[in-house]
Design a protein around this ligand. Sequence first.
Ligand code: UD1
Ligand code: UDP
Length: 361
Amino acid sequence: MKLGIIVGTRPEIVKMAPVVRACRRKRVPFVFIHTGQHYSYELDGVFFDELKLPRPDHNLSVGSGTHPQQIAAMVRGLELVFNAERPDMVLVEGDTNTVLAAGLTANKLAIPVGHIEAGLRSYDRRMPEEMNRIVIDHLSDLLFAPTEQCRKILLKEGIPPERIFVTGNTVVDELILQKPRALKAVDFNILGVAPRGYAIATVHRPENTENEKRLGAIFAGLRAAAKSLNLPILMPLHPRTRKRVESLGWRLDKEIRALPPQGYLEFLGLQANASIIFTDSGGVQEEACCLRVPCVTLRDSTERPESIDVGANVLAGADAKKIAACARKMIFIKRDWRNPFGKGDSAERIIKIAANYLKTR
Ligand code: UD1
Ligand code: UDP
């Protein structure tokens, strides 16, 4: 048996890391393939270094472009690699263009596909990720749903129950493993803040960054929240957001302090010690919930409603008043919720299920 493990972007590297380690522990052969969708050191290499991952066996270096161009380049490159390596199953994680391209290519070459983080739906079809989620789930042979709620969504869409396995989310595996290192990784003196004396914000979704009105309202909401909570907001900027802020000629100031994208350990340490987190990221909503730090989500919908159901997260959209009001409410909540995303054993379970499937095929 040989697995093809695919990554392309920052969150996929983080969430596939436990799968790579589980393969090594269980001596399951695998070929590690990177599409190169993310390529800047701070979105790519730093994660391999900090998480002590092997270098990919293949890197297609597709880089950025329009979505059709990016996906086409991936499909072309992946066909060559899959034909040369002939993996028995391809594992993809999440909802990016990398996931869509790898799933499609494997399926067309009659290679079974396992989708990790299956069954998430925001029900907002304007998000490129939502269409990727729907397509990948419907062409996958094995669907690893993080929660029972995700399994129910898949069943409702007509996916045969024998293909679906509730495994938890591998984000928890990585967080549990790395938290002790992460807690030592932040230099609060250099940042000029004290533990619990700051908030964190991240914004990178195109529906926020590419819409000036929404982005302006988010920054206004963050400033108002910072003033009323009397906390500075540290904001590691995704390159997409940095470019946009610069092209609009906006300046971030003392209430919102821009930082470069952080490494995983530094960012996990920053999250763990934050008083509150503002984000439009999927992975950050999950990590905030696991770390028991209240989260205000800067979107109108989420495909992670489990974190809202347990009381860890609220949706504030891109509405300045609502962002500040949600912050004032969430900062006082009792941080005793249950983590709905699993126990930290997801990767081992995924590998076991994939191995059984391939044995009995
Ligand atoms: C992608 C995923 C998104 C995921 C995010 C994780 C899709 C459709 N989007 O969004 O689901 O949440 O990754 O961060 O797959 N750039 C760099 N360096 C890089 C990569 C990108 O500077 O290494 C800049 C380029 O200007 C590029 C822009 O960021 O045009 C956007 O990159 P892209 O990969 O298209 O999408 P993300 O916004 O990163
Ligand atoms: N992350 C990081 N540094 C940062 C911002 C995020 O290491 O400056 C990590 C974060 O801890 C999480 C992942 O990147 O594991 C989330 O990625 P992102 O927000 O880019 O994408 P999404 O999860 O929304 O797809």
